[in-house]
Structure formats: C-alpha cells, structure tokens
Design a protein around this ligand. Structure first.
Ligand SMILES: NC(=O)C1=CN([C@@H]2O[C@H](COP(=O)(O)OP(=O)(O)OC[C@H]3O[C@@H](n4cnc5c(N)ncnc54)[C@H](O)[C@@H]3O)[C@@H](O)[C@H]2O)[C@@H](O)CC1
Ligand SMILES: [K+]
Length: 578
C-alpha cells in the first residue's frame, strides 16, 4: 500500500532531510522542478517535440520522444512562433520556488516562458528567492493580477505554482478572482493544459477541500488541473473530498527523501529525526511510488490455510428484516458466501421464511423471531461473524436484535450497517455496547446521525488550512466508537481506534461511478462479514472488503447491479492467484 502524507508530515520529512546534511533545500527544489518538467513531457509527449513536427495533442503514434534536455534543440534558432509557450504562475512560498525552477528548465528545453509572481520577491523564502534571482537574470517577472493574466496569449502549458502544502488561509481579493477564472468560472477552460505543482492552488493538501472565506460560496477558488505532480508521496487531499476533481491525475516524483520517513536521529548530532505520525495508507491498484507494492494484496493465507470442512472456513450469520424487506440481507449473505465464508445462514422472521426460502439455495435459512431465539442460535460457537442492518427495519425487533448481537457473553465480530446504524444513533446505551471487533459502515447521512458533532466539523466550511478532513473525521469516529469505522463514498476512509487509517479511493484510474447502485452497500457489508468469518481481523476485513468491492465493480464495468458484485469475485480471485 502507498503511504499518504499530510502537509505537516511532508514538511517534517523535508526538514529531517535538510538537517541530515545529505541534501539542501535548494537541491530538493531543483529535483521537484525537474520532476514536474519530466512529468509534463511524459503526459504530453508531443510537447517534447518541435511545434510543427509533433503529432496532434493526444499523442497519436504512440512512441514517447525523449525530453529535450542535454543537447540544444535545433529549433532554438527558429522564430518565436515555432516555440512552445508556457505561462508559469509563482506564489510567495516554496511552491513558487518550484515554479521558477520549472520555468528555467522549460526555457532550457527551448520554450518561451512567461513568469508571473504573486507577492513580494523580497519576501520569498531563501531557496525560492535564489531561483527567482536565477530567473530574473534570464527574463522578466510580471506581477500577477487577474487583469495581467487575462492579457497573456494562449500557451501550450500553464503551470500552477501559487500555493502548495503551505496554504493556511482562504485566498482573497484579486487572486481569488484569478483562481475562480482558472477553475473554469466564466467559461475559459485551462484544464486541458494546466499542471499543478504539488497541489492545485486553493485546495487544502490534507483535506482535499477548497479553503474558502465564504460558507455560501458556490464557485470554488481553486485551479482545475489535468495533471498534478507531487513529491515523494501523494498527500491525503489528493484522494479525499474535492481533491480528485481538482487534481485531474496524480504523478508522484521521487525527490530522494524517502529514507527520512523512518529516519533515526544521527547518533552524533541527534538531528534529522522524523517523528512518526499516525499512518494513512492508500488502498490502490496502480503503482504510485517506484518501490512500493503495486497491488493491495488480499492475504491469501486466510484462503489457503484451512483445508478442512465448510465450518473450518467460518460461518457467517446475517440477520434479515420483515416480509418484503429481505433483499438487502440476501445480497449481504451472497457477498459473504462468495468472498469465502464456508457457511452462511440468514436469520429471518418467521413470517418472511417462505419468501426467503424461495430465493436461497446455498445459503441456509433459520427462523429468528426475537432476541431470545438469537441467544439460542448463538450458542452455536461455529457462528463466528455477524451482519446486522441491511433491511432490518427501524422497529423494536430491530433494536432488540442489535442489543442481542452486541451483548451476550462472547460478542462475535460484527458488521453493523444501514438500519442498525440508525438504531445505534437513536440509543446511546446501545452505541456504548460496541466492541473492538465491530465494523460500522456508514454513508455520509448515517455518519452524521451517529457522530453529529464530528459531522458538523467536517461539513463546516474549510476556512483555514489544513482543514478538518474525512480522514480526521473517520479517525475520531473510530476512537469514539471503539471499533472500526468505514466511512463510505468514492473516497471511502477506514480507521480503527488506534489511529490506523486507510483510504479506498474509487477515483482516478479506479473510478467506478456505476458502483453507486441500489444494494451495493449491502454487498459490501456481506464481503466484510464473510472475511471476518474467514478469520480476518476487523480492520483488515474492512480494508480488503472495500478494495474487493471496487475491484469487482471495475472488473464488471458499467451496467453493474448489486447482484453482479459477488459474482465477479471468482474471476478476481483467479486473477489474484487465490
Ligand atoms: N516539503 C518538501 O519536501 C518540499 C517542498 N517543496 C515545495 O514547497 C511547497 C511548500 O512550500 P511552503 O511551505 O513555502 O508553502 P507554499 O509555497 O504552499 O505557500 C506558503 C506561502 O503562501 C502564503 N499563503 C498561504 N496561504 C495564503 C493565502 N490564502 N493567500 C495568500 N498567501 C498565502 C504564506 O504566507 C507563505 O508565504 C510544497 O508544496 C512544494 O511545492 C519543494 O520545493 C520540494 C521539497
Ligand atoms: K500549486
């Protein structure tokens, strides 16, 4: 899994690298700028070629020409119209410093580059100042205003180096107008040729939220990029909130500070130590960082270690609701069975038995009238995972069953979803019964009912950076509930009470909007229950279930309905070598 960093973590790593004496801030800035230029040429190979010999944008032809570094390009001698044009917008901090490096390197590659600076050059931080001075020896810098920017001629590339991880407050005044303009407000579309350095300006790198002074602002003050080039590791804000919408695509460039993540203090100086922070991992498919595992791997030991009979593979028990309401629980049961539970039983109210029996074959059926019946059933110690909530009903029977599931002498690993979450929100005594082997799977509405104060913080406008994020909210919720919380969405965040946190982001190349279909959440609850039955720990079951859920959707493609998700698992398992 790829580790995601916050702005503070990245700063601490950079600090440790510089304090170690192995690298200077200026060198890091040069590597960052070089990384951006390399990423531009990799994303738009035609831009690495002379204007009139390049294939049309979009890269027909396939072969990637080498970036124009090293020997001077022959068309440097040509007329200005033959040259590629870039507009580089630099801000008042080190993000702006990266911008000056990009400008210089593009110029070295034969481009015509126009540079704007927002702020006072005298007040730039030292490394940015050095790069500013290097640039002004080459060409002038124009003070950045919306009006000045609107006067520039069309460019092949726009580089947004206004703000990176240092955005602390809303962008105001004329610059806010410019960011709205760059975000597409008013109809001009810069996105196809906009590259953001580290993070699109205006967006908080931690929360993926646009920092705004106005709670009612409808037009975001942040750029929209086609490509965002970040350094060392992706940041949380690239994957949650509005981050994916603004970033376009994420490319991570190594700047040689990875060893300082777990850096031990220099024994002689005691310096260079990175304090460990709570980890946030990205459960992803694509390789993002050179030497990390490309896949989130399902731990196949759990699937291969037991060669015994079906109960050796776990027995999941899914509680269902009343007549005509059994579909959700049946979907969960199917998910639990397909993901690998050796046996799955559906507990149905007596009146709904016939209806359920008509729909089930491999899934066993058991009459479950009330909590007394549940108590008797749970004497069967082979039942090692429970799922309650899908289609349960917001009534006394439902509440009594939630209490029955959570109470008892030996509470089992349990997934609480849908109606069970609403019942928990209505009865704090029930909420207090949650234990470490529970997994709560709320969507945003259920989350707000369960954790109203946390949701209020999350939904309040982001008026400062770093802003409170979905990652913060899920961590806080898990701590409060004392169990694993899986906060659903395209940016599903999963946390346990210790602070361990993962994001299963169905965005970028894992985007699967067709996953938002009726019953999809019930199948997810079933996947997690089946994995619990199979022996996975609560956090691992939630992470693996969420990952498989997205992968099934991607594998099936558009047109998916909830019933298709479990049926896609065998194909996926084959591909994973299980
Ligand atoms: N951390 C690292 O390891 C590296 C960081 N680098 C770059 O440095 C960046 C971080 O630099 P900084 O910490 O200087 O932060 P930024 O360059 O993101 O911005 C900080 C500056 O912007 C001002 N500012 C913040 N919010 C503002 C607002 N709303 N309106 C007007 N001014 C505002 C601050 O007062 C400060 O002057 C990264 O995003 C990255 O691009 C790279 O040079 C390479 C290495
Ligand atoms: K930026």
């Amino acid at each position: 899994m790829t580790e995601l960093l916050t702005a503070a973590q990245m700063r601490a790593i950079e600090q440790a690298a510089i304090e170690s004496g192995e690298v200077t801030g200026l060198e890091l800035m040069e590597r960052a700028g070089q990384g951006v230029v390399d990423a531009i040429f990799a994303e738009w190979p035609e831009l690495a070629m002379p204007k009139h010999s390049a294939p049309a944008a979009g890269g027909a032809g396939g072969s990637t020409p080498s970036p124009l570094r090293g020997s001077p390009p022959e068309y440097l001698e040509r007329d200005d119209n033959e040259m590629r044009r870039a507009v580089v917008l630099c801000g008042p901090g080190n993000n702006g410093g990266d911008g000056f490096v990009v400008a210089r390197l593009l110029r070295d590659a034969g481009w015509q580059v126009e540079v704007f600076l927002y702020g006072d050059a005298e007040k730039l931080p030292p490394d940015a100042k050095v790069n500013h001075e290097r640039w002004v020896k080459i060409a002038p810098v124009t003070a950045l205003t919306e009006q000045a920017f609107r006067k520039v001629a069309f460019a092949d590339m726009y580089v947004d180096a206004l703000f990176g991880t240092g955005l602390t407050r809303p962008v105001a005044g004329d610059l806010a107008g410019l960011l709205r303009h760059l975000g597409g407000y008013g109809g001009d579309d810069y996105r196809p040729r906009m590259v953001a350095v580290d993070v699109p300006s205006g967006l908080c790198a931690d929360s993926g939220r646009v920092v705004t002074p106005n709670p009612r602002a409808r037009v975001p003050t942040a750029t929209l990029a086609r490509l965002t080039v970040t350094f060392d590791s992706p940041k949380c804000g690239h994957f949650v909130g509005d981050g994916p919408h603004h970033c376009g695509r994420i490319v991570v460039k190594d700047i040689g500070v990875r060893q300082f993540r777990e850096h031990k203090p220099n024994p002689h100086t005691g310096r260079g130590h990175v304090v460990r922070f709570p980890r946030t991992s990205l459960i992803g498919k694509r390789r993002m960082v050179p030497d990390e595992r490309p896949f989130f791997s399902v731990d196949i030991r759990y699937f291969t270690k037991n060669q015994g009979h079906k109960y050796a593979h776990g027995h999941a028990f899914i509680l269902s609701g009343g007549v005509g309401k059994g579909g959700a629980a049946r979907l969960a049961a199917r998910g639990a069975l397909r993901v690998g539970a050796g046996a799955v039983t559906l507990g149905s109210p007596p009146a709904a038995l016939i209806e359920n029996a008509a729909q089930l074959n491999a899934i066993m059926l058991q009459s479950l009238k009330d909590p007394d019946a549940l108590r008797v059933l749970l004497q069967d110690t082979r039942i090692n995972a429970l799922c309650i909530g899908p289609g349960l009903g917001l009534n006394d029977r439902g509440a009594a069953l939630v209490a029955g599931v959570l109470g008892g002498e030996e509470p089992r690993p349990t997934v609480l979803d849908a109606d069970a979450l609403t019942l928990l929100a209505q009865d704090r005594a029930l909420f207090d019964e949650l234990h470490a082997n529970c997994v709560l799977t709320p969507h945003a509405g259920e989350f707000a009912r369960l954790f109203p104060e946390i949701a209020e913080k999350l939904n309040a406008p982001a008026t400062t950076g770093p802003a409170y994020s979905k990652v913060d909210a899920t961590r806080e919720a898990a701590k409060r509930a004392g169990c694993v919380v899986l906060f659903k969405g395209p940016d599903t965040v999963i946390a346990d009470p210790s602070g361990r946190c993962s994001i299963n982001a169905s965005v970028y190349e894992r985007s699967a909007p067709w996953l938002a279909t009726a019953g999809s959440g019930d199948v997810l609850a079933g996947f997690i229950t089946g994995l619990l039955a199979r022996g996975f720990g609560a956090m691992q079951a939630a992470e693996t279930g969420a990952w498989l859920h997205t992968e099934c959707a991607l594998s099936f493609g558009p047109g998916l309905i909830a019933e298709d998700l479990p049926e896609e698992l065998p194909k996926l398992f084959r591909e994973l070598g299980i």
